[in-house]
Design a protein around this ligand. Structure first.
Ligand code: ADP
Length: 484
């Protein structure tokens, strides 16, 4: 089969720059797709850590004007990925994360910073680099949402496009007055264009103009077409149902491999999950918790936001602690949640351990040592953390929403009888139901044989990229050659 050239466009790519699951997906998919005969090049902004990581960069194009100044497009490799990077320091060389400054506020010029990503992608898609021909463009999230619109308004022949929604909560809306400055024609400001509730909607534009729309789980694909899950976009999404698909996310099973993970104190696999106990002891010691194998260790690894249901964890804490459980939490996010967690931890120093911030290594150790991972999200497009947990033999307690439904098998009576559970669901997402799921998990944890059976089910699940990559590859092949 002739390899297809796919240009992926993303604002973050693991391991170069990451704030969430989007980076994991953009980082892992290219290798999995290579095995399917798809050659992916990823375009991303030249943030400092990205430029610093490049190996053998070559400038393949120079632009005199990209939203206020010149820019170079650099082709390079880094961390095994084939990249195009936009070298435009005035847009990307800043302290803070890709979206916000150190004060926590969005960068005021985000419309231009990410329109630039789409603008450059559109140029690449229209053969701006000699010798590089794109068969399909794949835009990830609102940051790349203008790409299908730029291609549409360019009018000329261009490759087919895919728009993937990783989280509909982030839509990228900017003032209508930016239409001209963003290089969009006047007639683009309409419901059949980029207009969205009186503003310019980047994700809206992508959803409207892309040839295919995907999101990251089948259940989330259905949820976003309903008024309660559609966050204002359900009408448009329903009108595009014929091209909307849910393809589950996966994890990089070489990075998340409990038999070889350098961050673990003790390695283990599905045949010997009991070796996890040394990791649990290391966690208890690190967080100053009472040591011993007799207490179930619950964990949270998450952005600390309402979406992730961290307030539900706080409300269910009394039940968790009353039954002898312990909690470790790694995360960063909303200040009010951090404060409330700190207060709870101060009252229970030997049972609650907190670390605020981002720590990849600690995330691995927690997955390798905790008994139960809590993921009480109010909505969850796919969720990766529960996949890592299952691979590491930590059973997830998840809210019955989105991708959590599609990836975790509830260990209810029937599943236990069939020997197929991999975790615990609860619904609706309220503290009482989370507390009751915690009790249910605790009761099963006290029956080691049954617990080990569930751990083995979870650890033997296929959570790698081969299956999903085959679905993306099939979609690309269907689209390739369809030049609009
Ligand atoms: P999100 O909505 O944040 O993308 P996902 O579950 O899809 O949620 O992906 C989150 C990813 O980020 C997982 O790989 C998880 O382990 C990781 N993660 C989240 N918070 C932290 C943290 N504070 N430190 C390290 N890793 C984290």
């Amino acid at each position: 089969m002739t390899p297809l050239n796919v240009l992926a466009v993303a604002s973050e790519v693991f391991p170069l720059i990451k704030t969430g699951g989007l980076a994991d997906v953009a980082g892992a998919l290219p290798e999995a797709l290579a095995a399917q005969g798809i050659a992916v090049r990823t375009l991303l902004p030249g943030y400092r850590p990205v430029l610093d990581a490049l190996e053998g960069g070559v400038a393949v194009a120079s632009l005199d004007e990209l939203f206020g100044g010149p820019a170079r497009i650099v082709a390079a490799r880094a961390a095994g990925l084939e990249l195009f990077v936009i070298d435009a320091p005035r847009l990307y060389a800043r302290d803070g994360d890709p979206y916000r400054g150190p004060d926590g506020r969005d960068w005021p010029d985000n419309a231009f910073r990410f329109a630039a990503l789409s603008r450059v992608a559109a140029l690449l898609a229209q053969d701006a680099v000699p010798g590089y021909r794109v068969d399909v463009v794949h835009a990830h999230d609102w940051q790349a949402g203008l790409l299908p619109a730029y291609l549409h308004y360019a009018g000329a022949s261009h490759p087919a496009s895919v728009m993937t929604i990783h989280n509909l909560a982030f839509q990228g809306q900017f003032p209508a007055g930016l239409l001209g400055p963003l290089g969009l024609p006047t007639d683009a400001y309409s419901t059949d264009g980029v207009e969205y509730y009186g503003a310019i909607g980047f994700l809206k534009a992508g959803v409207l103009f892309a040839d295919r729309i995907t999101t990251v789980s089948p259940t989330y694909a259905a949820e976003i077409c309903t008024p309660s899950g559609g966050m204002g976009m359900h009408g448009l999404l329903r009108s595009r149902l014929d091209v909307l698909n849910g393809i589950l996310n996966a994890i990089d099973i070489a990075v998340w491999d409990p038999a070889h993970d350098p961050h673990l104190v003790a390695h283990f696999d599905a045949d010997l999950p009991t070796a996890r106990s040394a990791n649990k002891a290391a966690l208890q010691e690190r967080f100053g918790l009472r040591r011993g194998p007799d207490k179930p260790l619950f964990a949270v690894i998450s952005r600390l936001t309402e979406q992730k249901g961290i307030d539900l964890v706080l409300a269910a804490l009394p039940a968790l602690l009353a039954s002898g459980g312990q909690l470790v939490l790694l995360g960063s996010g909303d200040a009010w949640l951090q404060n409330a967690l700190q207060q709870a931890a101060a009252a229970h120093r030997d049972a609650i351990g907190l670390q605020f911030g981002y720590d990849e290594g600690l995330a691995h150790l927690i997955q390798g040592g905790c008994d139960v991972l809590l993921m009480p999200s109010r909505f969850e497009p796919c969720g990766l953390t529960q996949l890592c947990a299952m691979r590491y033999g930590a059973l997830p307690i998840v809210a019955h929403v989105g991708g959590l439904c599609d990836t975790v098998i509830d260990a209810n009576e029937m599943a236990l009888a069939e020997g197929i559970g991999t975790g615990f669901h609860f619904s609706p997402a309220v503290p009482e139901m989370l507390a009751s799921a915690i009790m249910r998990a605790h009761a099963i944890w006290r029956r080691p044989e049954l617990w080990h059976q569930l751990q083995q089910n979870a650890m033997r699940l296929d959570v790698g990229w081969n299956g999903p990559a085959a679905k993306y590859a099939a979609m690309y092949r269907e689209l390739a050659g369809v030049r609009g």
